[in-house]
Design a protein around this ligand. Structure first.
Ligand SMILES: [Zn+2]
Ligand SMILES: [Zn+2]
Length: 421
């Protein structure tokens, strides 16, 4: 649509969003209280699929395990794909909200874990359901094909790829543009965008270090993997500080370090799990090879009986917004939000959203929607303690429903409208 049409479309939608909010709030709270772990989003997928069917979408379910694709053809015009991820996290919610999740499930290793939507994917699902309904009920206002995609398993980096592997590109029309959004810490009611790289690449590795177990009183008869793991962990921290150029950005976190069972037993081995975030492929390649070099060298320094073993846990590509497409979205955001839409720096978070655009070779745009209570956010900003606001994945992550629900819905519809005829 051209600018004046987008404006007219937004005005009309604003009057329709308000009466829809109570229904969407109920959907949101229901999904929030019934979170499902990655690749097990059966109930959430059914809610989304039933809703799309009610609003005349042609619906396919079970795409890449639990994925849902809804197609709404509405005359000649571009194919616009809107994506929402559906999975929750193995975190016990500690928000104190009246609608907090109390759900417990078994994870892939069979361990009982609390489950909650502390990354806000319940909002993503609700936004896309609302947008689907409003586009369907107002087909006189736009021309084109709307493709609503509910994706499984974002948190484990497998969902988008599992949909692609399940024939998504052969079974559904090729989009002209792919759009997605994420709730983040930020003033509710605002939207943050960025052309080019907006999210880092994320790589996670498991490293097993092998020693030789013995009695705690006889260290000379052992090769101690605890000391090996400690030295390795410290040395790994020199990669970012000593090997990556100061103007580059990267993160290396050893998030898990496991060895041993008892104080007087030197164990056989130790395991490290580490997470790397980068904004540039050559930096990523350098860090990955430095990790291997340091782990091998520390094992050699300890006289380890064998080389360490490396297993890739998760790999997310960078999310790099297409410049031209972003400019178009931003133009539409400015009409809708004015200075409540503004540019952000890249975030050291990662997503598998770009897998769709990378495979189809079409432009994609991803942006953030603020979810923090405005008063809380502004007070924290004033006191220079924004970092103390519970972020995504914190057990206390609690986006406010209003105006976040409305803002995300407006953002999604405005961005899509910028493409439709
Ligand atoms: Zn997350
Ligand atoms: Zn997320």
């Amino acid at each position: 649509m051209e600018i004046p049409q987008i404006k007219a479309f937004n005005d009309k939608m604003d009057s329709l969003i308000e009466p829809l909010l109570p229904e969407l709030e109920a959907i949101y709270k229901d999904i929030h209280q019934n979170p499902e772990l990655s690749m097990e989003e059966f109930r959430t997928a059914k809610i989304a699929a039933d809703y799309l069917t009610r609003y005349q979408f042609e619906v396919s379910t079970g795409v890449g395990v639990t994925g849902v694709v809804g197609i709404l053809q509405n005359g000649d015009g571009p194919v616009v794909m809107l994506r929402a991820d559906m999975d929750a996290l193995p975190v016990t919610e500690d928000t104190g909200l009246p609608y907090a999740s109390t759900k417990i499930a078994r994870d892939e290793e069979g361990t009982e874990v609390g489950v909650s939507h502390v990354c806000g994917h319940d909002l993503h699902v609700t936004w896309l359901m609302g947008a689907a309904r409003l586009f369907s009920e107002n087909r006189d206002l736009w021309r084109g094909t709307l493709m609503a995609v509910f994706q499984p398993g974002e948190e484990v980096g497998r969902g988008a790829q599992s949909m692609i592997d399940d024939g998504m590109m052969e079974r559904f029309p090729k989009p002209d543009i792919i759009l997605g959004q994420h709730v983040m810490v930020g003033e509710a009611g605002t939207v943050k965008y960025r052309s080019g790289t907006i999210l880092s690449a994320g790589n996670s590795l498991k490293v097993r270090l092998f020693g030789r177990g013995s009695h705690g009183s006889l260290p000379h008869t052992s090769i101690d993997p605890v000391v090996m793991a400690a030295a390795t962990t410290m040395r790994l921290q020199t990669i970012i500080s000593r090997e990556v150029a100061p103007i580059e950005n990267a993160v290396l976190t050893v998030g898990a370090l496991q060895a041993g069972t008892k104080e007087n037993i030197i164990p056989e081995e130790a395991t490290l799990k580490l997470n790397i975030r980068t904004f540039n492929d050559s930096v990523k390649d350098h860090i990955l090879s430095a990790v291997k070099r340091i782990c091998c060298a520390e094992c050699a320094a300890s006289n380890a009986p064998r080389d360490p073993e490396f297993t890739e846990l998760v790999s997310y590509p960078m999310t790099v917004n297409d410049a031209e497409a972003t400019a178009r979205v931003v133009e539409a955001f400015k009409i809708q939000f004015g200075d409540r839409a503004f540019e952000t720096k890249p975030a050291s978070a990662s997503e598998d959203f770009s897998i769709f655009g990378r495979n189809w070779q079409v432009p994609y745009v991803f942006w953030f929607v603020g979810g923090t209570d405005p008063q809380t956010y502004l007070a924290a900003k004033e006191a220079d303690r924004i970092n103390s606001i519970p972020s995504n994945h914190s057990p206390k992550f609690a986006p406010v429903i209003h105006p976040t629900l409305k803002t995300g819905l407006q953002a999604m519809m405005t961005a899509a409208a910028a493409w439709f005829h």
